[in-house]
Unconditional design. Structure first.
Length: 252
């Protein structure tokens, strides 16, 4: 007997948590047509449960809550934040992404004067809210509870009206070929708008993220962007960036 639709989709999602599966295998396993399986995958993909691939699907990448990520690589993120702070000059207009590493930079900017900062990160906004020397702009948008970052049309529309000197972006992974890897298409889309709105772009990534592709959504910074990472990054990790003409700053 065929499983009810809801039960079949739940079973598909559970199976994909263990391994990628093809449409043909799912069709045979659940005794339904390939077109039925494709509809199931489209529904699950729309809910963010899985990610469709050519001929099949795999589980959607998981994302750790912000409070769990804050405790990881804390020393490395602090070093990256110090190096990023040295790229800031008085009077600049900065775009600050959401995320823990950019949040560490915001902590260091709290003592600065004569800066304008626009951010989509609640951490940054909270850190800088009482800083009289900083003109703070909230980009708005829909809050992602897992990351305390804002995304969506409201945030992107706000960026369309801004022209910034520098954007500091976080990431889930970064490669020399494709740029910044993100968990959701909404995050990648917002980062693309931040890149378009800024003259200079710095990507802040601890060494565990350098050269990794953790998801399927990408933002490719234009030529001339800079990677800031920590001293744990090996030369083999950094060489592709240098060969691509990307400036690399190693925070020691």
């Amino acid at each position: 007997m065929r499983a009810p639709v809801a039960s079949r989709r739940a079973a598909i999602a559970e199976l994909l948590q263990r391994r990628p599966v093809s449409v043909d295998e799912l069709s045979e396993r659940f005794d339904v047509t390939a077109s039925t399986i494709r509809r199931d995958l489209a529904i699950l993909d729309g809910h963010g449960t899985i990610v469709r691939t050519y001929g099949g699907a795999l589980a959607a990448p998981s994302e750790e809550p912000l409070h769990e990520r804050e405790a990881k690589a804390a020393a490395e993120k602090a070093a990256i934040a110090r190096a990023a702070e040295r790229q800031v000059a008085p009077g600049q207009f900065l775009l600050l992404d959401a995320g823990t590493t950019v949040g560490a930079l915001a902590e260091r900017l709290a003592s600065h004067e004569a800066l304008t900062v626009a951010s989509c990160g609640l951490t940054t906004l909270n850190v800088l809210a009482d800083c009289e020397g900083i003109d703070l702009i909230c980009l708005g948008g829909s809050v992602r509870h897992v990351s305390h970052g804002m995304v969506g049309p409201l945030a992107e529309d706000g960026l369309g009206k801004l022209s910034a000197d520098v954007a500091f972006l976080g990431c889930d992974g970064v490669t020399a070929e494709r740029g910044i890897c993100e968990t959701t298409p909404a995050q990648a889309s917002l980062k693309r708008r931040m890149v378009e709105a800024a003259t200079g772009v710095f990507v802040l990534a601890d060494s565990s993220k350098v050269g990794t592709a953790s998801s399927h959504w990408w933002t490719t910074p234009r030529h001339g962007w800079t990677l800031i990472t920590d001293a744990g990054a090996t030369e083999s990790q950094l060489l592709p960036f240098r060969q691509a003409g990307i400036e690399v700053i190693v925070a020691r």
